[in-house]
Design a protein around this ligand. Structure first.
Ligand code: GDP
Ligand code: MG
Length: 177
């Protein structure tokens, strides 16, 4: 009956990773609450946010984990990654250094979680087009080389934010169902 259907719902743990200030917390705030913080500090991060989504008529709960700024000290713990089935690996298209860090984050992800964790590489802050330091082609090429999904986003403009989260959730669902 209906209640039994409910108990078969899905819960996917998804982690936000990437250098400090690339926009992880604002991507989550935009996705979950349609909010944006122009001068956010690391303290706005909640531990995780649960977002309901419907895919193929099935209700899915995406439990999306955000850091509280500990990535600044390269101190994201294994507990953060434990049980994750998806990841958004975010860099800032206006700061090349954050793109150079992507391989380090991938190593960390693969050290602490399953190799098969569904990962999307996200180039955030497309609204800063005049300050762009990483081309779309570079992002795409890196994603292809590493077997990742890829999307550019703007948490400020609400560009592709929902699509980025949906891509990960849909792929996890397709693998598990
Ligand atoms: P986190 O450290 O990765 O969680 O980054 P935050 O979400 O705290 O964002 C760091 C700074 O970048 C804040 O001042 C945000 O307002 C800003 N920011 C986040 N996303 C965007 C975006 O898409 N465009 C612009 N222009 N700024 C953004
Ligand atoms: Mg944050």
């Amino acid at each position: 009956d209906g209640e039994e259907e409910q108990s078969q719902d899905y819960l996917f743990k998804i982690v936000m990773i990437g250098d400090s200030a690339v926009g992880k917390s604002n991507l989550l705030a935009r996705f979950a609450r349609d909010e944006f913080y122009p001068n956010s500090k690391s303290t706005i991060g909640v531990e995780f946010q649960t977002q309901k989504m419907v895919i193929d008529g099935k209700e899915i709960k995406a439990q999306i984990w955000d850091t509280a700024g500990q990535e600044r000290f390269r101190a994201v713990t294994s507990a953060y990654y434990r049980g994750a089935v998806g990841a958004l690996l975010v860099y800032d298209i206006s700061r090349r250094q954050t793109f150079e860090s992507v391989s380090r984050w991938l190593n960390e992800l693969h050290t602490h979680s399953d190799m098969n964790v569904v990962t999307i590489l996200v180039g955030n802050k497309t609204d800063l087009a005049n300050d762009r330091e990483v081309t779309t082609a570079e992002g795409k090429a890196l994603a292809e080389a590493q077997g990742l999904f890829f999307m550019e986003t703007s948490a400020l403009d609400s560009y592709n934010v929902r699509a980025a989260f949906q891509t990960v959730v849909k792929e996890i669902y397709d693998i598990l169902s």
